[in-house]
Ligand binder design. Structure first.
Ligand SMILES: [Zn+2]
Length: 75
């Protein structure tokens, strides 16, 4: 068991990895960024928000279709 540095919950690393990899269909790698430091929920929410911020920046740069609500929410 490991303790999440974000929410303090004790969690099983194998479970967290399974949850994380299922959420992102294996496109992101739990072991690369979070192994043993964040539970599945916290790792998922951090990565999801990074993805959303990244998308908002791409919108500002005109790289993907602009969505004012998205930019407002994440930047
Ligand atoms: Zn956590």
């Amino acid at each position: 068991m490991a303790r999440c540095t974000e929410c303090g919950t004790l969690f099983d690393i194998d479970d967290a990895r399974d949850d994380y990899n299922a959420e992102f269909n294996g496109e992101l790698d739990y072991d690369e960024d979070f192994v043993g430091t964040k539970c599945g929920n916290c790792a998922i929410s951090q990565s999801a928000s990074e993805i959303n911020v990244g998308a908002a920046i791409d919108m500002m740069n005109g790289e993907i279709e602009y969505d004012a609500d998205h930019v407002e929410k994440y930047l």
